[in-house]
Design a protein around this ligand. Sequence first.
Ligand SMILES: [Zn+2]
Ligand SMILES: [Zn+2]
Length: 374
Amino acid sequence: MRPSVKPPIIWLNVLLFLTTFMAAIVAVPWYGIVNGYQTAHWVLLLIAFSFCNLSITAGYHRLWSHKTYQAHPALRAIFAIGGAFALQNSALHWSSDHRVHHKHVDKNDIDPYSAKRGLWFSHIGWMLRHYNKETYDDYANCRDLHKDPIVMWQHKYYLLLALLTNLGIPLALGLIYGDVLGMLLIVGVLRLVLSHHTTFFINSLAHVWGSQPYTDKNTARDNGILAIFTFGEGYHNFHHIFENDYRNGIYWWQYDPTKWFIKSSHWLGLADKLRTTPKIKIEQAKAKQALKLALDKLEDRPDMAHLKQALNDEFDLLMRKLKDFYELKRQLLEQKHHGLVEKYEHSLLLIRYRQLKDECKAQQKNWNAMLTHC
Ligand SMILES: [Zn+2]
Ligand SMILES: [Zn+2]
């Protein structure tokens, strides 16, 4: 068998990841013991860390890679600077990788950070060698981004911006607070290492640890704990099936600060055309996945044929109820929008709407009860 030849190592990346990581675990605590840190160091760390990570999640990821909303040039410029500060390559380069990841998820030879190649590879290994060199020649899968002057400006001056932000910001803060080395270590090094690895978690841990409520056709998982460290990106199972949604955590109680940031930007007039997935599609995906899991469990049980049939029947009924309910809801909203119908007719539709809503809830309850028996 011919031994597989690994692509050449990217020494710059190896040195960068290694030196910053070592500095974060050795020099940062050492300086703290010897000189101590003030509250300002920690507050500025939190601000700089949030600036970097939100630029990646709300900017690189949900805006540029997936176009889940449109952003004002001022916001795009902030993301471009924050993305360079996060030191994760240009938005064009990042988005190109990420679009390939979604299109060919888990395909070892194509997905740039395929989770099936192991935790180390998907977390950081994929950046240590020239694995995907040919895809960066013309960024053909990002033609739309070529038209964004801010993306192209950042791509052109990426190195300069990265140096200016990573050295300039901690240096300036160090001079203001009279502790240059302390700020370089906390806002420079520690912030970078934390920002890197929490983002990398999305490619590694969010593909192995958590639940799969929407689909198991790929390795992506939903994980509420990871969402805390990743600004909401831990709801990765939802994201991989509905990638055009500006939210990852769709329920109000799910921790998704990126979603809240985009929504707040919308209220401030900085973001527009926020895209969401129709609720019916979400409900359908969830029920379909639950049915699949239940039937899988009963696969080798010929004695359970009646239960399998009942499951299929309840599922079909749920789908019908959901379809009727959301169709009527759509009609009502349309009529409200155009003011098309008489009051009397509208009242009748409202009564029917409430009926269907109750029926849907009842059927959902039946369905959940049925699932607990499997
Ligand atoms: Zn994505
Ligand atoms: Zn993914």
